[in-house]
Design a protein around this ligand. Structure first.
Ligand code: ADP
Ligand code: MG
Length: 703
């Protein structure tokens, strides 16, 4: 089929650039241009930046004969015979077969049958005597070798050889209307015409002793599509990942420096803090003490604190936060704590009342549902400590002199919300708390703009949580055990995950679960908790559970990380196979909060051995870091990053974030660049400035 080709009219007069239209690319078949244009892809940059998500090894399978195997292979072959066989009367319902022999190598005499179903038009494309490159899996049946639906290229024919076969072949995530072959053809022709230095570098030139010596952005982009071999491909991907992380770190480091430069308040700890510690019913653990010292040092200094308090569930972050709040109060300022939910805000409020009011502090609660001023602080005096949900953000009357902002479970809040609360004070100190055990390899990315304090030790008073993975069929046995625990006066959580797509169906599932359990445990009080209930209903249920009026709480995952009911010692999690390890670990952190031995049973689908094996680590350890590292190893950083990045474009090379060396290098390069030129205004930073900030005026990227 002779085909109209783009004339490449601009090429003769000027070299191809990234912003050139695709119809300026010499050699691009018109049908390819058309199919891409229909989807709005009509510029060179669009195909260059459309990166493949994997490659297929379509290099020649050496001299070896046709070998049946599980992996697809690439061969160059000659067509001996080709034709269609039809089944029935329907036109096109048939198989097109080509009998081929190997073109080269020791495969003399060996034959292979290529088969394509319902592609009768191939009789106009593939004919006897032609030479083809084919890629597919070779099967053997009764001594005959065949390859079904191979990808093919006619050698010396219309397709340029060597685009789709005979190489490491890029595979793209497609959009409707565009085929792999069309996109690959376009990209290949584009790179045929682009100059070697078609784009400026964003990264500084690599040092001679670095793994990237000799690399630049143009080379990496070319190789990430059409690498000549696996090593080149790896380096290209790493180069582009480094570049992406560099952009990310530039934003993070810049933001951090801007904040530090903005001059905060010095709030040294004093006499109140000492009284607080003496009054506590327990001594702080070593780790709590160390973290508190780090926080106090930051607060005492006039530069604004921007610190993450990172600690596994139950490690005792709340006390540390309350102690920190005293430093603000002691210096005549307010402290605010923002929790992600009503239930948690209430719990913190109660804790704060218990521990801070005896010291003479005014504690207030502010949530959407309730505005509790404790002892009438709004009228006759101001609150020293305000606890609340995001409703705090809308309350200007209450917060007028903020010295410290504490944000609990930070990943639940958008970064923008965090910024908004912080803006209510004049550069207050900021403490962010999270129980998500983030592997150390990732903190630099996720919390790159924060200093990190980690509570890596648990209060001794806590009971151990014995965890077991059991098939769902063992529920009745488990029920007996549950009964024993209840009879000893303990309480239990029975968790049902979000199973269905619709919340309504989930509610049905948990409601039914609750009814079932109520029947099984007639002498005990069951309560139901799910996301469809009103805030007041939920609160009431939690209050009843905390007070022991409810023995068994049946709920979806709305029971929050951080809910603290020390008498609850049993948790059953149904359909545990649907959860990630880190999430299960957080859920079970709700038991084992008192002195009692505690138990967590993870029910998995009968016969789901994969899940049993995956969840086994929860039986072995309750070290949140180990568990999250295992999660990271199994599932990649997507989940963790999802939280950190919500609202932003996902990183293209996110899977490489676990590569600490690369992330650290990106960080160092970013710091160096900003040391040299804090606003990246020099001409040599023009490209990176556009890359990082979208254009020449740095916008509030990624707040
Ligand atoms: P998390 O880090 O999950 O927020 P919490 O601050 O809720 O943990 O603390 C969990 C429980 O441990 C609370 O009941 C708290 O009073 C208790 N606790 C905190 N620190 C200590 C300690 N040093 N010794 C004994 N118990 C502690
Ligand atoms: Mg907590």
């Amino acid at each position: 089929m002779p085909e109209e080709r783009a004339p490449g009219k601009f090429f003769r007069t000027m070299p191809l650039t990234l912003d050139a239209p695709l119809d300026a690319v010499p050699g691009l078949p018109a049908r390819v241009l058309k199919s891409l244009a229909k989807e709005g892809v009509d510029h060179v940059a669009q195909v260059v930046e459309w990166l493949p998500f994997r490659h297929e090894d379509r290099r020649q399978a050496g001299a070896a004969v046709f070998q049946p195997g599980l992996e697809p292979v690439c061969h160059q072959v000659r067509v001996l015979k080709a034709g269609s066989r039809f089944f029935g009367r329907r036109r096109g319902a048939g198989v097109f077969e080509a009998q081929v022999e190997a073109l080269a190598g020791g495969a003399l005499g060996a034959q292979l049958t290529l088969r394509w179903w319902n592609m009768a038009y191939l009789s106009r494309v593939i004919a006897e005597g032609q030479e083809l490159a084919v890629f597919g899996r070779i099967k053997e049946f009764k001594g005959r070798l065949s390859m079904d639906h191979p990808d093919y290229e006619v050698l010396g024919g219309e397709d340029e050889p060597g685009i789709h076969t005979g190489r490491l072949t890029p595979v793209y995530r497609l959009r409707a209307g565009i085929t792999q072959k069309a996109l690959r053809t376009a990209t290949w022709h584009v790179f045929q015409s682009l100059q070697p230095d078609f784009t400026p570098d964003l990264l500084p030139a690599p040092r001679a002793d670095s793994e990237f010596a000799g690399w630049n952005r143009a080379r990496a982009l070319r190789a990430v599509h059409f690498a000549t071999g696996p090593e080149e491909l790896t380096t290209a991907r790493r180069y582009l990942a480094l570049e992406e992380f560099y952009g990310y770190q530039l934003r993070v480091v810049r933001r951090r420096r801007a904040l530090t430069a903005s001059g905060g308040i010095a709030q040294p700890a004093g006499e109140l803090a000492a009284r607080f510690e003496t009054a506590l019913p327990f001594p702080l653990t070593g780790a709590q003490q160390r973290c508190l010292e780090e926080i106090r040092r930051d607060m005492a200094s006039p530069a604004p604190m921007n610190r993450l308090l990172h600690g596994d569930v139950g490690s005792g972050k709340t006390v540390v936060a309350l102690a920190a709040m005293l430093s603000a109060v002691e210096n005549g300022r307010q402290a605010a704590l923002m929790a992600p939910t009503q239930i948690l805000a209430e719990q913190h409020f109660r804790t704060a009342q218990t521990w801070l009011e005896p010291l003479g502090l005014g504690v207030a609660l502010r949530t959407a549902a309730r505005s509790d001023d404790g002892a009438g602080f709004f009228t006759d005096r101001r609150a020293d400590v305000v606890i609340g949900t995001h409703a705090l953000l809308h309350d200007d009357a209450l917060l007028h002199n903020l010295g410290l902002v504490v944000i609990d479970e930070q990943h639940k809040f958008g970064v923008a919300q965090r910024a908004r609360l912080i803006q209510k004070g004049r550069t207050p100190d900021v403490l962010v708390m999270t129980a998500t055990p983030i592997p150390r390899t990732l903190t630099l990315t996720i919390y790159g703009d924060l200093d990190v304090s980690t509570i890596d030790e648990r209060p001794r008073a806590r009971g151990k949580v014995v965890t077991r993975v059991r098939p769902a069929a063992k529920q009745d046995e488990a029920a007996k055990f549950l009964l024993e625990q209840l009879e000893q006066g303990r309480q239990a959580y029975l968790v049902y995950p979000l199973i269905e797509e619709s919340e309504k169906l989930d509610v049905t599932a948990v409601t039914k679960g609750c009814a079932d359990w109520a029947k099984r445990l007639p002498h005990f009080q069951t309560g139901l908790l799910h996301g469809r209930m009103s805030t007041e209903e939920k609160e009431q249920v939690m209050r009843d559970f905390r007070a022991g009026r409810i023995d068994v709480l049946v709920s979806t995952t709305v029971i929050e990380v951080g809910v603290d009911v020390p008498n609850a010692s049993v948790m059953f999690i149904h359909h545990a196979e649907r959860f990630g390890l880190a999430q299960l670990h957080q859920l079970r952190g709700r038991v084992g909060r008192g002195p009692h031995a505690s138990y967590c049973v993870l029910f998995v689908k009968d016969g789901d051995n994969e899940a049993k094996e995956r969840l086994a680590i929860l039986e072995q350890t309750d070290d949140g870091f180990r568990i999250s590292e295992e999660d990271l190893r199994r599932r990649g950083p997507g989940d963790l990053l999802g939280r950190a990045q919500s609202g932003q474009a996902p990183l293209q090379f996110a899977e490489m974030l676990a590569d600490t060396r690369l992330v650290r290098l990106a960080r160092r390069l970013a710091e160096k660049a900003l040391d040299a030129d804090p606003r990246l205004q020099a001409p040599r930073f023009a490209a990176v400035r556009a890359f990082v900030f979208g254009d020449d005026t740095p916008r509030a990227v990624m707040q």
